[in-house]
Design a protein around this ligand. Structure first.
Ligand code: KG4
Ligand code: ZN
Length: 351
């Protein structure tokens, strides 16, 4: 079984061909760094136009590199949500057209599910596993039970972890894309210099054990930075390190709570996995590894190029759906909002 996957939900135009043996036959990721750099963030309209311009060539080049024609492909997958609607429409319409012309199944992939299933592509992780999904728009703890069954234990009440990284990086005048640069400068910083808050860490409400909040942290960082007259390189590194330590404390403590909840519920788990763009952060990976080991579970984090947005995860998630006979009708619409809880609603699960 071989699936072509297309990702256009944000600022990467990407295509990949992946097979059932978990081999990535070809994979191209074109970032829109240059298009958005001068604005300091992603501009949706510019992004959608860039996807439209680049996608046809990226798909044909991916197939060429895989040495395959569309007749060899068993299914065509595209991110159908959540994400920026202009880009999503470009990818979904392109994939549906290919599916229609070549009489192949079309697979509408949920972007969050694709991040969450990536550790199965990279490390063959078995269901059920605990997933910490940390991206630019989401922060959730989830028990992944099947390609279509994601049990959400807790989510963020305000911002996502990635968004918080991006805003802090901007506050520190680090150039776009800020998060990887923030991580780099934090290596020279003193994480003890600023004692930023860890919202919800000791909150007594048991229903908030697996929830996240980052807005108080964001405000505290802004206040500290505004009190410094002229930010020196050392100040920037110290704020970055103190901020990163606070985020990691929040994420590690919530993950530990989620593992305790699973134990109480007698929910078996094969592993703890982290996915989404923030999972690229090495410091965070180290902290999560320690939490997993303390609970006697293996820790899995996909390779860096599969953490941030990419077509291989879309092809893989499409392949997982195709194996279940869960391909989608050609009137399936791209949707900017598509919570994981609704995964089983659209589409046609046949078995
Ligand atoms: O999954 P992703 O590529 O796109 C979304 O689906 O949102 O995640 C993007 C997020 C960005 O907000 C960025 O801040 C974060 O991933 N990110 C990082 C790092 N690299 C990317 N956060 C922390 N450390 C990094 N090295
Ligand atoms: Zn993503």
């Amino acid at each position: 079984m071989i699936v072509l996957g297309i990702e256009t939900s944000c600022d990467e135009t990407s295509a990949a061909v992946v097979d059932a043996t978990r081999t990535i036959r070809a994979h191209i990721v074109a970032t829109q760094l240059e298009e958005h750099q001068r604005y300091g963030g992603v501009v949706p309209e510019i992004g959608a136009r860039a996807h439209l311009e680049k996608l046809p060539q990226i798909v044909s080049e991916t197939l060429r590199q895989a040495n395959l024609g569309l007749e060899d492909i068993d299914g065509i997958a595209a991110t159908a949500g959540p994400g920026l609607i202009g880009g999503l429409i470009v990818g979904v319409v392109f994939a549906k057209s290919l599916a229609l012309v070549h009489k192949k199944p079309f697979l509408a992939v949920n972007h969050l599910a694709a991040h969450g299933l990536t550790p199965r592509l990279s490390d063959n992780v078995e269901f059920p596993y605990l997933l910490l999904l940390v991206s630019g728009g989401h922060c959730q703890l989830i028990v992944v039970k099947s390609p279509l069954h994601f049990q959400v234990l807790g989510s963020t009440m305000d911002d996502a972890a990635g968004e918080c990284f991006d805003k802090t990086a901007r506050l520190l005048n680090l150039p776009y894309p800020g998060a990887p640069r923030l991580e780099a400068v934090a290596r020279q910083g003193d994480a003890e210099r600023f004692r930023f808050p860890r919202p919800l860490l000791h909150h007594p409400d048991p229903n908030l054990k697996c929830s996240f909040s980052f807005s108080g942290l964001k405000t505290a960082v802004r206040q500290s930075v505004s009190q410094i007259d002229q930010l020196s390189a050392q100040d920037i590194s110290d704020v970055a390190a103190s901020f990163q330590a606070a985020v990691a404390d929040i994420l590690a403590s919530r993950t530990s709570n989620a593992l305790a909840v699973c134990k109480e519920l007698q929910q078996p788990l094969t592993a703890v996995v982290v996915a989404g763009g923030v999972a690229a952060n090495q410091y965070l990976r180290g902290r999560l590894q320690a939490v997993s080991e303390a609970h006697g579970l293996p820790f899995v984090a996909p390779p860096l190029n599969l953490c941030t947005d990419n077509g291989a995860m879309i092809a893989w998630a499409g392949l997982e759906k195709l194996r279940l006979g869960a391909d989608d009708p050609l009137d399936f619409r791209a949707t900017p909002r598509w919570p994981l809880q609704d995964l089983q609603l659209p589409g046609t699960v046949r078995n």
